[in-house]
Design a protein around this ligand. Structure first.
Ligand code: ZN
Length: 131
């Protein structure tokens, strides 16, 4: 089985995964484009709730266990998804990793939209390029 992906598919999958957690916010990049999902999802759960927990990973692993052909793309999406949760983990409020528990986990290193946020994002990008 060949798990190699063309670079553009890999980058697109990681990018898609990185914006997917904010599908619960109608004002987010992906939420604006998929209002028919973001409005009910945000209304039902609120922002930074179930989409910012371990459940998307559990569901994806369960799906991947039944369809080996989708593993490389889904794995790339999960890398992007994880990067989003890590970014929210180090910004305001943390993430409710064990939703429905409302206990948020995180280490506040920066504020969303603050001065430090782009520095961390650029550092992560440089690390991603190196590795
Ligand atoms: Zn988020």
């Amino acid at each position: 089985m060949d798990f190699a992906l063309p670079l553009w598919v890999l980058v697109t999958s990681i990018y898609f995964g990185s914006i997917l957690p904010d599908l619960d916010h109608p004002g987010s990049t992906i939420g604006k484009r998929l209002l028919f999902i973001s409005i009910p999802l945000g209304g039902l759960f609120g922002h930074r709730q179930i989409t910012h927990s371990i459940w998307p990973f559990v569901i994806t692993l369960w799906i991947m266990s039944g369809d080996m052909g989708s593993i490389p793309v889904m794995f790339a999406c999960m890398i992007g998804y994880a990067s989003h949760l890590i970014a929210d983990f180090v910004s305001d409020g943390g993430v409710p990793l064990f939703w429905p528990s409302q206990k948020r986990v995180g280490i506040k290193l920066c504020s969303s939209g603050g001065v430090v946020e782009p520095l961390i994002a650029i550092s992560m990008l440089v690390l991603a390029i190196i590795f």
